[in-house]
Design a binder for this molecule. Structure first.
Ligand code: DGY
Length: 321
């Protein structure tokens, strides 16, 4: 009898065909809608493997309901949607999709930095809306990227890939991470700074760290107050790392100059969210890893993980067992 798996979202056909060669596959097929919680709780009951997304909360209730569950393969590098502790206690392997999305996500973080600095979305809107008046000296002026100081919070793979881009723009790079990475400092030509120091010195602060109870609201009122008036905050990791009310206040009061956001505390962000009323916020819909090639690679890696674990092998990219 083949193992049974459940896929929580419509996937490219080639991935489904590949999985169907190994498993009995059931899946949620509505293109742009996450699987309803009740459906997931029902479907999980008899499957050996779960292929899921960041939109599903894989908590104790789901893990307990999955009596035969052996592996949860998340199609994302972040896995704060999964209760890894409970999974581990139940002998369930949890896997993610690192590496394959590093460069694509770094591209987006840097694109967001440039778009925010040079007001690309805001000024593009003025062209479309017929609001482009006669040229004037200080009209639509932004911040320079070339030669500016970049502060990276969280020097993982994506952080390093952003440093490589920044070096092409002659930027001075400071980084903060929980553990100092001395070997990287000379390799990448970057300098370690305590978080408060980084916030005071950087023209661009880019958040690229995992979300956890420790990083929840790491950037709040106090931290924003430390930043320069010309500074721009870029968040391309998880919305919960920033206190959005404090960010709104800092942007309105001119405490910081702008923000580029790919992620939000609640996703999809509500259209009446105060941050979306501000012209100095560049907002995109969690598209860090969204290139055709990378999303396919992520789906393939999640599939590899299911195939390995359910064939009794070690997962390619486990986060626990
Ligand atoms: C990830 O992989 O964690 C991204 O945020 C989802 O694309």
């Amino acid at each position: 009898m083949p193992h049974k798996i459940y896929i929580t979202r419509k996937l490219p056909e080639a991935i489904k065909i590949r999985l169907a060669e190994h498993f009995e596959v059931r899946s949620w097929e509505k293109e742009d809608e996450p699987v309803p919680r009740e459906t997931l709780l029902e479907e999980i009951k008899d499957v050996d493997g779960l292929f899921c997304m960041i939109t599903e909360k894989i908590d104790e209730e789901v893990l307990q309901a999955g009596k035969d569950l052996k592996v949860v393969a998340n199609m994302a590098v972040g896995y704060n949607n999964i209760d890894v502790e409970t999974a581990t206690a139940n002998g369930i392997t949890v896997t993610n999709t690192p590496d394959v999305l590093t460069e694509t996500t770094a591209d987006l973080a840097f694109a967001l930095l440039m778009a925010s600095a040079r007001r690309l979305v805001e000024t593009s809107d003025t062209v479309r809306n017929g609001e482009w008046g006669a040229w004037s000296p200080m009209q639509f002026t932004g911040q320079d990227v070339f030669g500016a100081t970049l502060g990276i919070v969280g020097l993982g793979r994506i952080g390093e890939a952003v440093v490589n881009r920044a070096k092409g723009f002659n930027m001075d790079v400071l980084y903060y991470s929980r553990t100092r990475k001395k070997d990287k400092e000379s390799d990448l030509d970057i300098e370690y700074a305590e978080l408060d120091v980084l916030l005071k010195k950087a023209d661009f602060v880019v958040l690229l760290l995992p979300y956890s109870s420790e990083s929840h609201h790491l950037i709040g009122r106090r931290e924003l107050a430390l930043m320069k008036e010309n500074a721009i905050l870029i968040n391309a990791s998880r919305g919960g790392i920033v206190d959005e009310d404090a960010l709104y206040q800092a942007l309105v009061s001119g405490e910081i100059w702008g923000a580029g956001l790919d992620v939000y505390e609640q996703e999809p962000v509500s259209t009446d969210h105060p941050l979306l009323t501000l012209s100095n916020v560049t907002a995109v819909p969690h598209i860090g890893s969204a290139s055709v090639k990378t999303r396919r690679a992520m789906a393939d890696l999640a599939a590899d993980n299911l195939i390995h674990v359910l064939n009794g092998k070690k997962a390619t990219t486990p986060v626990n067992l």
